[in-house]
Design a binder for this molecule. Structure first.
Ligand code: MSP
Length: 667
């Protein structure tokens, strides 16, 4: 039995998670569940990164204290992880005392090694990255290479860390293969080979952070603070010397062998594969055994990110399709390690194709036939025609999961599913049913199909925990527990004569047209206004989406109920006249409209620029949702939403059939 300590990055609390953030956590959760099922001792950590300039500024903008902002966002994170079925063992916040104590210990050990000195620091600084860049690294126009926002010149006295000392040891460490995949290791090696400059690890221009011991007026650089979470959560520094009772977890999971695995996105590779190991070497602490950097979710060919204003949020997707469908999509669609494009259309296609059709229909067909033929039970056990296909799928599945290629593991399961379908179609058990003499044959065909499906479901447990457990129960099988993977994937586990419940639809098919018409998703045709709800909003019962308590665990899978008339009437649709229209800078889609709502003037941002030039809009009447929670889009507060039909990539605005006074209600 191996020991597996697995971490996600800790998330900034200046925003709610989008699909890109969720991805890291969903992959980590899948790995954690897989390793538990395979029999390893797993400890899975996630958490939040709450200090630094970014958070300080976001709190100032929201008019609250940084900790109050963090508390609010952290509550949303907990809720989201619960709905997504994330099985972490601990959640660390960098504002917790246990963390601050550990950071002080890390600093004390690095100081003891003589790796700090004070000097003046000047350079180009991106507040969003909280990092300095050289002139050469910037994009034309002095833009941050990651956020494409302007960098600022910063000059202050800082404590420096002697990073340059660690060039040789870092290169030796890369040779152990700890940084993965190989392409990322090459990038990071080239960066280190080019020479390392010492790193400033304190700030005097920021006050929201952990005071840097021995340097009044300085706070600890947020990355030295944040990276330390991976050991502070285990009790590093809890007893002052790291050897006390409180540090049992730290000793067990960090000092005494086993895997120490950091899963991250490629944008934070340098911090994890250069700075973090150098800090650890300096402090005399063991290094992680693996730093794995995955690729990015892109939208419109650019990294999905808040500052680019192109994020997809998980809430609506989960509400409509269920958390498991989202988990499946993320793991199946992205080749782990590479970039992938996110589109709502691809989500619906996978949902209908792989889940509703592939998994759901196969299950209901087999269960329905078995119930009919065998008095509501599984057929007598026996048959082996799918055994070798199942063994091959189990082997490929395990290779995929062990080799950190979950998309391949899923492909293997779906290959088996296709074989099951083929098997049923070839043998046509529904025809044999009529013939009493051929009951043995019917039993074998159905039992073989159900048994193979059981094996598929076992493999799916780490990816779609709820759904896989439902499939297992539906075919009359037990849900395997920790350590039972090997046995559960072997042929022959399904009993005969086990009672079967009437099958419920696992994934009701989504009608694509109505899916996009209801505005749940961004239509492939007409890009809608994004970021409807601001991350900073207080969770509110009236905000449209259900608040935390309103969403029971099972609801993540539920379908939305039909809208009652009283609910519909809460939506204030009104006619407005466009008084002015202008392009939104740095956005290819958005137009800023100033509209007259009958004596009231509003600003509304609409994603219609591809279909309408601003000058075409002035003077015309439009229909807007007038009581929508305001949301910031590319820094502009939008106080409503314009309604448009979507047609072959074009947005077609709605307007009343005849001129009516501005402000007239539409219903
Ligand atoms: N707080 C730091 C991490 C500190 S770890 C000691 C941070 N936080 S973050 O909230 O901005 O990002 C967290 C994770 O989300 C990172 O792994 C990042 O790569 C990932 N993603 C953010 N946008 C992403 C995509 N568009 N696609 C995939 N993952 C991306 O960085």
């Amino acid at each position: 039995m191996g020991r597996f300590y697995l971490t996600t990055p800790i998330y900034y609390v200046n925003d709610l998670p989008h699909i890109g953030h969720i991805y890291t956590t969903v992959v980590a959760d899948t790995l954690a569940r897989y390793r538990r099922l395979a029999g390893d001792e797993v400890y899975f950590l996630t958490g939040t990164d709450e200090h630094g300039q970014k958070i300080e500024e976001a709190a100032r903008d929201a008019g609250v204290e940084p900790l109050a902002l963090a508390d609010r966002v952290v509550a949303r994170y907990h809720e989201l992880w619960r709905r997504l079925g994330i099985s972490h063992d601990d959640f660390i916040r960098t504002t917790e005392e246990r963390h601050k104590r550990g950071v002080r210990e890390m600093i004390a050990r690095i100081a003891e090694r003589g790796d700090f000195y004070t000097a003046r620091h000047e350079g180009w600084y991106c507040p969003a990255c909280e990092a300095f860049y050289t002139e050469k690294e910037l994009l034309p126009g002095r833009l941050c290479p990651d956020h494409r926002t302007e960098v600022e010149w910063k000059s202050e006295d800082n404590v420096f860390f002697r990073l340059s000392r660690y060039q040789g040891p870092l290169l030796e460490w890369y040779a152990t293969g700890a940084v993965r995949p190989r392409t990322r290791a090459n990038e990071v090696r080239a960066f280190v080979e080019a020479g390392l400059r010492d790193l400033s690890v304190s700030r005097t221009s920021v006050s929201w952070g952990i005071p840097f011991p021995g340097h009044p007026g300085h706070v600890t650089y947020v990355w030295l603070d944040a990276l330390s979470n991976y050991v502070t959560a285990l009790g590093f520094g809890a007893a002052g010397d790291g050897r006390g009772e409180e540090a049992a977890l730290y000793r067990r999971l960090w000092q005494e062998g086993g895997e120490r695995f950091h899963l991250i996105g490629k944008d934070i590779l340098r911090f994890h594969a250069v700075y973090w190991p150098a800090f650890l070497m300096s402090a005399g602490v063991p290094l992680p055994t693996t730093v794995f950097a995955h690729g990015w979710w892109l939208r419109d060919d650019r990294k999905m990110s808040k500052s680019l204003g192109n994020v997809a949020r998980p809430d609506e997707l989960m509400e409509r399709l269920g958390a498991d469908a989202l988990r499946y999509f993320l793991l199946r669609e992205m080749v782990f390690g590479q970039d992938a494009s996110f589109s709502d259309e691809a989500v619906v296609d996978r949902y209908n194709g792989d889940l509703a059709n592939g998994l759901g229909n196969t299950l209901s067909r087999l269960v329905t036939l078995s119930r009919r033929a065998f008095d509501g039970r599984t057929p007598p056990a026996g048959g082996a025609r799918l055994e070798s296909a199942a063994a091959a799928a189990a082997r490929d599945y395990r290779q995929g999961m062990d080799g950190l290629e979950p998309h391949r593991a899923l492909e293997a399961l779906w290959r088996l599913l296709a074989e099951v379908n083929q098997h049923v179609v070839t043998h046509e058990p529904w025809k044999l049913l009529k013939d009493e003499d051929r009951r043995g044959e019917v039993a074998a065909v159905l039992w073989e199909g159900l048994e193979a499906l059981r094996i598929v479901a076992v493999g799916l447990l780490p990816v779609m925990p709820e759904t896989a457990a439902r499939v297992l129960r539906a075919v009359g099988a037990a849900v395997p527990q920790g350590g039972e993977l090997e046995a559960a994937m072997a042929w022959g586990g399904l009993g005969g004569g086990v009672e079967l419940a009437e099958p419920a639809a696992l994934f009701p098919r989504e009608d694509k047209e109505s899916y996009f018409a209801t505005g749940v998703a961004r239509s492939p045709a007409a890009p809608a206004v994004e970021e409807r709800r601001s991350a900073m909003e207080e969770p509110s019962r009236n905000a449209g989406a259900p608040g935390p308590e309103a969403v029971p665990a099972a609801a993540a899978e539920a379908r939305p109920a039909p809208l009652g008339i009283e609910d519909f009437l809460r939506v204030e649709l009104k006619v407005a006249r466009v008084e002015a229209a202008e392009e939104v800078p740095k956005s290819s889609k958005l137009v800023k409209l100033t509209v007259d709502l009958g004596g009231e003037r509003r600003t509304v941002v609409a994603g219609i620029r591809k279909s309408y030039a601003p000058e075409q809009l002035v003077g015309r009447q439009v229909v807007i949702v007038a009581n929508l929670q305001p949301a910031k889009l590319m820094g502009i507060e939008s106080q409503g939403m314009v309604l448009a039909a979507s047609l072959d990539g074009e947005a077609v605005l709605l307007r009343p059939d005849a001129e009516v006074p501005a402000g007239t209600r539409v219903r």
